[in-house]
Design a protein around this ligand. Structure first.
Ligand code: AHR
Length: 513
């Protein structure tokens, strides 16, 4: 009896110990920079992303705009310090012929957006419109080239059109269309999802095409000016990455992409509601999101075999949550709401990207406005910021900061068959010497206390901001746009080199020391 009692007591203690979240943080040992480009965005010709989202036309007198680009959107995105913007797709990119979108707007041909709703577009937003908008936003453009239904010459000429500084047929055409100086676009995608909507190719066939296309893109501007990104794997398709790394010479390749969406399944209406979901649904979404860590680790390990010096970047140029569209909206437009679930997902995913910052040097949330896990939603003259926006804004302190090594032991959060870590943590030191720690409580029911041992840190004060709400389903609406917004956080106590932080359920916190 005495022995049984001892066992019961000991297992009680071990349960208690397991429930603790501890972090050891080495404040003076960082060497990897978290590229600001991990905080990139994505704008596809899809639903109301471009038309109605970014662009409302030059003739719009109701919505303040510059050359048709919404100024409320520009202002909001500038606050995020968005480092890059991917355009025009997505699946749309491999149907897009860039010459349709230049020259006088009333002369541009209409096109049918075959992937997204079958709608007819008038091409009033094209290359000049996008690249000038990037200048307005202070962001670097990332152009996705058409390989699936385009030609080598077409993509080669696009590079020449936007980047060539001297006289050439394409740079002369650019000047005739009103732009003298080249835009010097650095980031170029060579196809999108070539294994699917980009042409249903096999990896070795695509690797050969990549070699051909990228040869003629380079010819126009010189190697130092261009960063070519191969269309990458979906999720755990490691064979795709292996085939590209094996068959494309490293001097022809600057980045390899990868896409991962947090989605229940691809069937019609199989993805669940963005706002009306159960705890099991929440855990399922987070389980899918946290797979990002394993996917990156395994794709990166393959890249290490061929590129041990890590010259080629892994670019997660599509990530985020994908739910059923909002009731009553066009199923082809992928318009979904955004709740605290998405904030927790974004915070945890960005922490994963930081962890792999030595290889992951760019990522693009899908998508910026009115599509999938957006940071902004618009409705006529109204615009709202989503919980995901606020996470991006709070985390922007990590851009180009040095990642600090951490050793994390997390308790767990278990729901039905899902067993998740209860917390996610990341830390960096910025150029001014300030340290930032981002912490997420994934647990939907319980507060989580995290005890951090700070090594090599001299700070004596801590401040912070928190994003949270009473219910994980809470979200901002056009009627109540500020239900969820950051607030001051007082739940962190610093005593010597021990920092103790208590996070309420479903919350995202960023501390500054
Ligand atoms: O982001 C929506 C779509 O998802 C993109 O067009 C495509 O690349 C992916 O399948």
């Amino acid at each position: 009896m005495k022995k049984e009692l001892t066992i019961i007591l000991l297992s009680g203690i071990s349960l208690f110990v397991q429930a603790q979240n501890t972090v050891t943080l080495k404040g003076d040992e960082g060497k990897t920079v978290i590229s600001r480009h991990i905080y990139g965005h994505f704008a596809e010709h899809l639903g109301r992303s471009i038309y109605d989202g970014f662009y409302v036309s030059e003739n719009n007198t109701k919505i303040p705009n510059k050359n048709g680009v919404r100024l409320d959107v520009v202002d909001a995105l500038k606050k995020l310090k968005i480092p890059n913007l991917r355009w025009p797709g997505g699946c749309f990119a491999d149907t897009y012929h860039w010459k349709d979108g230049i020259g006088p707007k009333d002369k541009r041909p209409t096109i049918v957006n075959t992937w997204w709703g079958g709608v007819t577009e008038n091409n009033s937003f094209g290359t000049h419109d996008f690249l000038n908008m990037c200048e307005l936003l202070g962001t670097e453009p990332y152009l996705s080239g058409n390989v699936g239904s385009g030609t080598v010459q077409e993509l080669s000429e696009w590079v020449q059109y936007v980047n060539f500084p001297k006289d050439s047929p394409m740079s002369t055409l650019r000047q005739e269309n009103g732009r003298t100086a080249p835009w010097n676009v650095r980031y170029w995608g060579v196809a999108n999802e070539a294994w699917g909507c980009g042409g249903n190719m096999k990896p070795d066939f695509y690797a050969n095409l990549y070699r051909q296309y990228s040869t003629f893109m380079n010819a126009n501007v010189g190697k130092e000016k261009i960063f070519r990104i191969a269309s990458g794997a979906s999720d755990d398709d490691y064979n795709w990455t292996e085939t590209l790394m094996k068959n494309i010479p490293m001097n022809m390749l600057e980045g390899v992409a990868m896409h991962h969406y947090s989605v229940f399944g691809w069937g019609e209406n199989a993805k669940g509601s963005a706002t009306d979901f159960t705890e099991t649904d929440y855990a399922h979404t987070m389980d899918e999101a946290l797979k990002m860590d394993e996917f990156i680790e395994k794709h990166a390990a393959i890249m290490d075999k061929y590129d041990p010096e890590k010259k080629v970047a892994l670019i997660v140029d599509e990530w985020g949550a994908w739910y059923n569209v909002e009731p009553g909206t066009n199923p082809g437009f992928l318009y979904q709401q955004n709740t605290m679930r998405d904030a927790v997902l974004a915070g945890s995913t960005l922490n994963i990207f930081h962890k792999h910052a030595d290889r992951v040097r760019m990522a693009n949330l899908a998508q910026a406005i009115n599509v999938l896990q957006s940071v902004i939603l618009t409705k006529g003259e109204k615009m709202i910021l989503t919980p995901t926006y606020h996470v991006m804004e709070m985390y922007s302190v990590h851009q180009d900061a040095t990642l600090l090594p951490i050793d994390i032991k997390s308790g767990s959060y278990a729901v039905d068959k899902y067993k998740l870590p209860a917390v996610s943590v990341s830390a960096s030191r910025d150029k001014a010497g300030k340290m930032h720690i981002s912490l997420v409580n994934i647990d939907m029911n319980k507060p989580q206390t995290i005890t951090l041992t700070l090594q090599g840190v001299k700070s004596t004060a801590v401040t912070g901001r928190i994003l949270t709400s009473a219910h994980v389903q809470d979200h901002n609406t056009f009627e109540k746009p500020e239900t969820i917004k950051p607030a001051a956080f007082n739940g962190a106590k610093l005593s010597g080199n021990t920092l103790t932080v208590t996070l309420p359920p479903v919350s995202v916190v960023v501390l500054e020391l």
